[in-house]
Design a binder for this molecule. Sequence first.
Ligand SMILES: Cc1cc2nc3c(=O)[nH]c(=O)nc-3n(C[C@H](O)[C@H](O)[C@H](O)COP(=O)(O)OP(=O)(O)OC[C@H]3O[C@@H](n4cnc5c(N)ncnc54)[C@H](O)[C@@H]3O)c2cc1C
Length: 345
Amino acid sequence: MDGQYRCKTLIVGAGLAGASLGFLLRKAGDDVLLLELLDAKEKDKLCGGLVSGEGIRQFEAVYGPNSFAILCSSRIDRICQRFSGCELGSQGNLWALPRKRLDDYALRRYRETDGRLMDRVAVREIDEAKGVAVGDDLRKGGRFSVRFDRLVGADGAMSATRRLTTGRAPRVAIAVESEIPLFGGEVVLDYLADAIGYSWYIPQGEKAVVGCGVCAEAGVDSIRIVREGATDFCRGMGIPVPSRFRGAPLPIGNDVLLRTGTRTFFIGDAAGLIHNITGAGIDCALLSVRFLANAFLRGDSYEETMRSCVEEVVRLSRDAKKTQFLTRFLIMRCHNKTKHEDRIS
Ligand SMILES: Cc1cc2nc3c(=O)[nH]c(=O)nc-3n(C[C@H](O)[C@H](O)[C@H](O)COP(=O)(O)OP(=O)(O)OC[C@H]3O[C@@H](n4cnc5c(N)ncnc54)[C@H](O)[C@@H]3O)c2cc1C
């Protein structure tokens, strides 16, 4: 073994969830080691970057009052929801920013606590009973091992921690996205006609992203649907079709797992916490971070405090078809009402 390390809390994944948990634990004096697969400076998570009022509340509960404001996000006043040629403008308490800004901030705050970080490493084996993880150092080559008291899987939708401790991979759906020049200031969400999902255009300050996601298990069919969905959407909007879309997995939402064994816990996408249909996961990820930190530091029950969030995630996933139908119905009704009011005025 080329390197041997010891820590109280080993967190796998230095995304928003992992870095934020590391920050809270380090602030309380915990001995943390954060492992990241990618280059920590360069990694750039695929994400619409839409943050709800609830997401901001959770973010500021972790990082303090006004911490979100300094990230210079743009307020989204109008979200144009569409399907089958029908349009509706709505006010929304939403903000948008390039996702990298959010993740870099979380990691910087963690590092300011003198938190330990090893990036470009891949965990290959986990022995929960002994509290040992073994991994490869992808930068320098060679193997390393870490002894831990507790382990946190924060390694996203494809969580290797989850696969290595439970023997099975989480269920995921697929989304594609591409960065484009700014095309306009409003968010456009265009529901797909023949699948549960939607395409999006989201302005993020100086630039924007277009993408498409479906609430169906990833496979050849869903990859084709999201590619075609994003391409058709760009054409419909009069946006030049990007030469390349990147793909990324999203948890399917009905496969939530908060812990396994006595010392392994999951947060964020690795736990499967995402709002089905909208694909929003930033607020759930931060909620799980806060509740797991409270469980470690104050002895709260992680499962108990997360109960209503998990129930909501599972319900949304179970009712995906119904919810999409209802959403369309409500949009249609509001649209008709708006048209009626326009006629009267
Ligand atoms: C296309 C797309 C658009 C989205 N848009 C929105 C949106 O607009 N608003 C919203 O609220 N949510 C959105 N989401 C969901 C949101 O991005 C996630 O819910 C959120 O990022 C979860 O954060 P996380 O830290 O749990 O996971 P991640 O951000 O995925 O972080 C996981 C980290 O673990 C690292 N990692 C992975 N594997 C390993 C490994 N084996 N070992 C070590 N490290 C590893 C990764 O490199 C990454 O740094 C979107 C998701 C996608 C895919």
